[in-house]
Design a protein around this ligand. Structure first.
Ligand SMILES: [Zn+2]
Length: 212
């Protein structure tokens, strides 16, 4: 898939315009000049690249707070570049990349690696730093240094932080630095090897259940 920069003057013609901030939905045109919306409505211009939007929705770029790009470590599956092109094709212009790569994003240097690579990508990619080293739930990462390099939030992704003392300090750093902590709230001891909700059906099927 290719993406290209917009012409200086581009008219998006005849689309269904969704503006959730103003709670509006209507058919019309959007004129973009030098990368900014110059006019919205029924617009006639002489010289502009016209993109026919009949049957299409014209709205703001979407934001995904939880994506898994596989760089570094599994570039054979996906890179920041290919992942962001796929995101863009679905209308997403801003994503937050989880740190469960190989190795995990658990140091200021690895956050910088993502932030620098993201500059060449067609969407905004914000790194989420691991909350604990190696996502092992034992030792805090250098949260402050990672914020300085561009980490926008902290998480061990799908791995719950089981140590209450570690979790407390992670939350305190998050509060101090005004960065959200995204937690996979699951008690692995309770979950055990459950494969479905615990209840009558799990008993009937003879399958191990998850309580709660
Ligand atoms: Zn995840």
């Amino acid at each position: 898939m290719k993406h290209k920069k917009l012409a200086k003057k581009t008219l998006f013609k005849g689309g269904t315009i969704l503006d959730p901030a103003a709670d509006k939905e209507f058919k019309g045109d959007v004129l973009v000049e030098n990368g900014k919306i110059a006019a919205v409505g029924n617009i006639a211009v002489d010289s502009a690249e016209v993109i026919d939007c009949q049957g299409l929705v014209v709205t703001h770029g979407f934001c995904d707070l939880h994506v898994h790009f596989r760089e570094p470590g599994r570039e054979d599956k996906e890179t920041l570049q290919t992942g962001s092109i796929a995101a863009l094709a679905g209308g997403f212009t801003r994503v937050f990349a989880m740190p469960n790569t190989d190795p995990p994003i658990d140091s200021p240097e690895s956050v910088r690696f993502i932030a620098e690579k993201a500059e060449a990508c067609p969407i905004h990619i914000h790194p989420i730093g691991a909350a604990t080293k190696g996502q092992l739930g034992k030792e805090l990462t250098e949260i402050s240094g990672m914020v300085q390099e561009g980490a926008m939030a902290f998480s061990d992704d799908g791995l719950p932080i089981m140590d209450g003392g570690v979790m407390r300090r992670v939350l305190e750093y998050g509060g101090m630095l005004d960065k959200p902590i995204i937690n996979h709230a699951e008690d692995v001891c309770l979950r055990d090897d459950g494969v479905m909700n615990e209840g009558r059906m799990s008993t009937r099927l003879g399958l191990p259940g998850n309580p709660g």
